[in-house]
Design a binder for this molecule. Sequence first.
Ligand SMILES: Cc1ncc(COP(=O)(O)O)c(C=O)c1O
Length: 402
Amino acid sequence: MITNDKFVELARTYGTPLFVYDGDLMLERYRELFSFIPCRRLHIHYALKANYNPALLTLLRDAGSGIDAVSPGEVALALALGFSPDRIIYTANNMTDAEFDRVMKTGVTVNIGSLSRLKKCADKYPGSRICLRFNPDVCDGDNAMTMTGGDLTKFGIMLADADEAARIAGSGNLHIIGLHEHTGSGLQHAESVLKSMDNLMEIATKERFAELEFLDFGGGFKVPYKDDETRIDYVDMGRKINEKFDRFCEKYGKELLMRFEPGKYLSAECGTLIVEVNTIKHNRSRVIAGCNSGFPQLIRPVLYGAYHKIENLTNPDGIPSLYDVCGNICETGDRFAEQRLLPEIREYDLLAVKNAGAYCYSMGSVYNLRPMPAEVVIADNKVADFRKAQSDEELVAGILRK
Ligand SMILES: Cc1ncc(COP(=O)(O)O)c(C=O)c1O
């Protein structure tokens, strides 16, 4: 565990804003999934979109993880870091023909989520081995924007089209080696995972799909963001998942691989964004703590109304007061927290924005031409990797390149 003193030391050494990642915690989360789900044939494919820090990916690679990639860029990064193609699944939506061709050449398993793309694949790549993504028709997630099940979303082939999918696949002698579903991110109810599994398994019959090697049940495992949020009982859920899968394999007549693709579960809690407060402003009704980062570096509060716990690292015992913790971007909504009770914040205090390991840096942008911040990875209780912040000059050179 990284102590607050250590966070302060890292901030003083590397400067702020600084993302600090606890690689040991990430590996702990990875390993505990195997104890929660006692399945010998469980494969975890980390959803790289959550956090693509190369040092974290290397830790996961060495621990045996595979990758869930959603763009040719993510596939290219995973391959460059030494993940073998058979450990990568490519689950893009609305991909272009050129993107599809590029990824087909790499030998990674392509996961197709529309009948239209399936038809093109059958025509152009007859005989290839592919996975089909179905829409589980279960709506859950921590936010409407992260729910991917149900017919109001763009994801996956509808379950009712399973026969048509099998027919199209047959027309191109495609080998359907896997079926996939992803219900959403931050699933609130353990039952949703089980229900989505049921729905996928119902269409995964030997008659339709005789050559299955795996079923992939996506990601979505929730982590608590607030102090009073309870952790899902993953031991109980894992046992139920395993029993369900065993029953399915028995019926199907073959021991398939079980896959999950967690992103948030592995990376959210391991990340902390350290920012420095540079301005305290007393407005009529608000006290603003203005800091040297902003929503381009951690967009979840603005995009999803997400809650991120904030700690005052350098004045933890200050008298609590209400603050709007704001960034340095020219937008009113540029806040990490609104009316948050925090120990007195003074100019030059360091604040830690917690649970910043998933969908923060990876969703980052350089809006307002604020360069991407530095990242440091701690593993085995020491600094394993440091990536310096982009400089203004590098940012400008990137814009001016032709
Ligand atoms: C296909 C797919 N798999 C896995 C994930 C990972 O989700 P999470 O980070 O909530 O585990 C996502 C995220 O949206 C996804 O779209």
